[in-house]
Design a protein. Sequence first.
Length: 106
Amino acid sequence: MQRVCFLLKVREERIAEYRERHAAVWPEMLEALSATGWHNYSLFLRDDGLLVGYLETEDFAAAQAAMAATDVNARWQARMAPFFESLDGARPDEAMKPLTEVFHLA
């Protein structure tokens, strides 16, 4: 199982709305994440907008590709893109670059 951690930056003026959106994630989005291999997925948000994401999956590239192929993901990413800084034209899910794990206590 791969452990994946990534960082994104939420615009400070949109943090409250970002929290609200994630308090009510669409059921079909939750189902798609589970069906495409996203397990133990968590998002952590600092008050300055730093977003830390963590998930476990058998194959991150395959899980990303499977989600990218769903209609619900395309709709969700389009709605969430304005919340983020520095996407450089990418969708939020495309801007998720895994951090290198340097330690794990098993």
